[in-house]
Design a protein around this ligand. Structure first.
Ligand SMILES: [Zn+2]
Length: 208
């Protein structure tokens, strides 16, 4: 398929987005091992091998009455597998999601502001919902996303946090075909029990 000029501009501008690197923040460690993720959940590739790029997604639920936070699910996926997943999605879903982010988020402005005020301090990047601006302590559910290269965290458009309510908005943009594809992908790759499937299906890592 031919890309139109705005797609091309977007791709080119993404290639030149400034990236800086920090260590992996503990927030992005695996909750189960208390250490950085070692393997891609889909292809099992070693993620700490030099120059291996991957994404981490973790979903949290807050219980303010108990002053505690649970990790609902978490995984790391190499960029190859994430691209593969993206290719399985319908074009209409992808373009609706792209449009949603373009209308609601100024990634360049956000990045510049955070770089000036908080540089490579991940908690500051994750404090407010990327879409709604809501602050984390008031959220019942939220998900965080990060981009990594071996043992380094990439600061560019990511890392970011998305609140549960914004996740619902995004899910509503996905076509039935796409939801079916995501279900199939999860079945083939994750082998998760049904209660864990829903949050992943609701928010696949296709936004980078
Ligand atoms: Zn992989």
């Amino acid at each position: 398929m031919e890309e139109n000029s705005s797609d091309r501009d977007r791709r080119v501008s993404r290639q030149f987005i400034k990236q800086e690197y920090g260590g992996i923040p503990e927030l992005f460690y695996s909750h189960s091992t208390k250490a950085p993720f070692e393997h891609c959940i889909s292809c099992d590739r070693a993620l700490q091998a030099p120059n291996t790029q991957y994404l981490v997604e973790k979903a949290f639920r807050n219980y303010p009455e108990f002053e505690t936070t649970d990790v609902i699910f978490e995984y790391a996926m190499c960029l190859n597998c994430a691209d593969q997943m993206r290719k399985e999605l319908s074009l209409s879903s992808l373009s609706r999601i792209q449009e949603f982010f373009e209308n609601r988020v100024n990634f360049h402005l956000r990045r510049d502001q955070l770089m000036q005020s908080d540089s490579l301090n991940a908690p500051a990047w994750l404090k407010n919902c990327l879409i709604t601006g809501e602050a984390q302590p008031s959220l019942e559910e939220y998900q965080i996303y990060g981009h990594f290269v071996d043992n380094r965290c990439v600061y560019s458009f990511l890392p970011y946090m998305i609140s549960g309510s914004a996740v619902d908005e995004i899910t509503n943009l996905l076509s039935e075909k796409t939801l079916g594809e995501i279900d199939r992908f999860i079945d083939e790759n994750f082998g998760l029990p049904p209660e864990l499937k829903k949050p992943i299906r609701d928010n696949p890592i296709i936004f980078v």
